[in-house]
Ligand binder design. Structure first.
Ligand SMILES: [Zn+2]
Length: 342
């Protein structure tokens, strides 16, 4: 028997505004919207349950996620008012603690779900994580939260973990961390625009390295405006069949909502109803689902999308979706992906 159907942990530290686009306003808007579902109160399950005490030690134990040098570089930013870890990733003196708390929350939620103490979890965290690689913080990301969560589950003896990344940007950090690891299947759906969209990684032929070829799956869209029909087709023809074959013990969603309708960076067109449908399809894979917030730059879009996801995690049925055919360009991408080894 599972305990809580859903456990939401909120990274609610004050003054974590390390970058204008990834500040605590996002968390406040999401928390308020989720509370409007009337099902759940984030107040009862705030970030107090996770702490950063002793977390350095835990991060270092997960050597395959980040190098000691990367952890040290983030740590050092706490002594200066502003610092640039890369051209787009700047910090203030609170950023390092916020990043540690975000990673700790994801680690704790992964452990809780894997042990069966909660069926699902939603980590409302900032900063996001999926661009943070083995030795570099970039793309507003300091530590890789999804990778830390996967490593925590592996520490608990998980042998197979699926990370599904539907953020509109390729999770280059996550793929780098697990590119040679057969125990983590990484599937990313993102805009690619033939290498012109940030980051210029995630082509369909990048399927993993060494003995893990086929354990990274990239679904790269080559245009703006990609919407429900293409996402649903990618799920039906690629994500779900591969995920079922892999049969994970835990599914982690790198849930950026910057492919949502109205997002000024992603310029795509995924609606809340289809985020709900994708969540429901993923929940059917192994029943243990951890959703981690990544990017998203329109408060209204991310709030409505996150609410739709939470309602499914709480057991709600997504409102019926229309069976839509993929666009011609979407179909080309799906065919290209299917040509590579899985
Ligand atoms: Zn993104």
């Amino acid at each position: 028997m599972h305990g809580n159907p859903l456990l939401i942990l909120l990274c609610n530290m004050r003054d974590i505004s390390f970058a204008r686009k990834t500040n605590s306003d996002v968390l406040g808007a999401l928390a308020r919207e989720v509370e409007r579902t009337k099902f759940y109160s984030t107040k009862d399950h705030s970030g107090e349950e996770s702490t950063i005490v002793g977390f350095d030690e835990r991060m270092l134990l997960h050597e395959e996620v980040h190098t000691k040098g990367q952890i040290h570089a983030v740590e050092k930013t706490s002594s200066v008012r502003i610092w640039y870890l890369s051209g787009d990733t700047y910090t203030n003196q609170h950023s390092s603690d916020a990043a540690k708390l975000a990673a700790a929350i994801c680690s704790d939620l992964a452990t809780t779900i894997f042990k069966g103490e909660a069926k699902n979890g939603f980590a409302l965290v900032r900063p996001p994580g999926h661009h943070a690689g083995v030795s570099k913080s970039t793309g507003f990301c300091l530590h890789n939260n999804a990778a830390v969560a996967a490593s925590a589950a592996k520490e608990m003896s998980a042998k197979k973990i699926l990370i599904l990344d539907w953020d509109v940007h390729h999770g280059n950090g996550t793929q780098e961390i697990f590119d040679a690891d057969r125990s983590v299947l990484y599937i990313s759906i993102h805009r690619f625009d033939r290498g012109k969209f940030y980051p210029p990684t995630g082509a369909a032929d990048k399927v993993g390295v060494k003995g893990a070829k086929g354990y990274s799956v990239n679904i790269p869209w080559n245009r703006a405006g990609v919407g429900d029909c293409d996402y649903l087709s990618a799920f039906k023809h690629i994500v779900i069949p591969i995920a079922r074959q892999f049969s994970p013990e835990l599914t982690i969603v790198s849930a950026g909502f910057d492919a949502a309708r109205g997002d000024p960076l992603g310029l795509c067109d995924v609606t809340p109803r289809y985020y709900a449908e994708m969540t429901s399809m993923l929940a059917s894979i192994c029943g243990k689902l951890l959703v981690i917030l990544e990017g998203g730059y329109n408060l209204r879009s991310i709030s409505a999308s996150a609410k739709a996801v939470v309602e499914v995690l709480l057991g709600g049925d997504p409102a019926g979706v229309r069976k839509l055919e993929p666009s011609i360009s979407g179909l080309e991408t799906i065919r290209e992906v299917l040509r590579h080894p899985k």
